[in-house]
Design a protein around this ligand. Sequence first.
Ligand SMILES: Cc1cc2nc3c(=O)[nH]c(=O)nc-3n(C[C@H](O)[C@H](O)[C@H](O)COP(=O)(O)OP(=O)(O)OC[C@H]3O[C@@H](n4cnc5c(N)ncnc54)[C@H](O)[C@@H]3O)c2cc1C
Length: 381
Amino acid sequence: MLPHRAVYEEEHRMFRETVRHFAASKIAPEFRRWEDAGIVDRSFWTAGGAAGLLCPQVPEEFGGAGGDFRFNAIVLEELSHSGFAGPATDFSVHSDVCCGYLLSYGSAEQKKKWLPRMVSGKTVCAIAMTEPGTGSDLQGIRTRATRHGDEYVVSGQKTFISNGQMCDLVIVVARTNSEGGSKGMSLVLIEADRQGFRRGRNLEKLGHLSSDTSELFFDEVRVPVGNLLGAEGGAMAALMSELPQERLTIALHSIAAAQKAFDLTKNYVRERNAFGSSIASFQNTRFKLADLKADLSVGWAFVDQCLREHIRGELTTYAASTAKLWITEMHGRVVDQCLQFFGGYGFMREYEICRLYADARVLRIYGGTSEIMRELISRNL
Ligand SMILES: Cc1cc2nc3c(=O)[nH]c(=O)nc-3n(C[C@H](O)[C@H](O)[C@H](O)COP(=O)(O)OP(=O)(O)OC[C@H]3O[C@@H](n4cnc5c(N)ncnc54)[C@H](O)[C@@H]3O)c2cc1C
């Protein structure tokens, strides 16, 4: 069970029930099939929209529920704690990350066009920063958007893009000025039906098996200048202001998944016997579980503090990086120790702990690696 937390109010508790019901009725029956296919059904998106799970922070004038970011957090926590890390990431990239850029930097016209479709799930959104040659160092990107009259012509290649197969709209980070260093990069909206846009392979991964993660190719894709998101040259500043929210969501995803691993393990050790008593009775088990419980308690307290700060508009890069670093590393320790308590069964895919272990690994990598988080934190020492 996710712990009771004072950061949430009654309306959030009711929404949590909706998300829990969605996970049990719409994801659980299909999940195995989606993992085998490497992608969810398109109907997962429209069902998510119909249930109010997509972009809940979007104002009512654009078709949303006008909720605060705690509603986004609940979707992520519940899908993650249900063991559905792939769907949690799919929705989070769309609702928490992409939608954040449109809300903060979209023109009135862009918001009117895209937000209602993102809320309903008719449009699935992806964000494409990473390239084969560069991930952590975004200043090294080579994808170019060159202005020709009223259009940008976009050429380049991206990789590891979540929702890459499913997306209808991609927020692309591209270089608009080769001289401009970090100020030479811009965000450009590219619709997936534009000529010259091509999806590569759906990449095979260690975990998040139902999530589509892809290469994307842009071969002289022409878009009107109205597809620029925010100011020309403004990508780096936009990323700096939006990345703390993305890192907070990854921390929320991580701690809910770690809690799930702990809950499963607590039950397992009570049922499994060795040397005439339950595994739970050994001092080693009790002490190790006590350590994990302490880690989780500290993690929940810090992530809730960050969530409160974020609602007040006060979440700093430092706090968000600290949350992502510490909680995703803690998540790794928790799933590793929990799997150990399952013995050989922990290594078997039919046991959920096995999937939780594999799914945990990427949280220390995407959204900025642990090393990059340390780099950011160290700048505030
Ligand atoms: C499943 C999945 C989904 C993803 N989804 C998306 C997405 O939707 N959109 C998107 O744009 N990207 C996405 N990514 C990409 C992800 O954000 C990058 O993989 C990540 O930022 C790391 O970049 P990289 O893989 O190029 O590693 P590199 O940058 O090559 O890093 C390699 C290693 O070097 C270390 N390193 C790099 N710089 C430093 C430094 N200064 N000091 C110390 N160590 C350093 C790193 O920490 C890492 O350990 C996804 C990745 C995965 C695996």
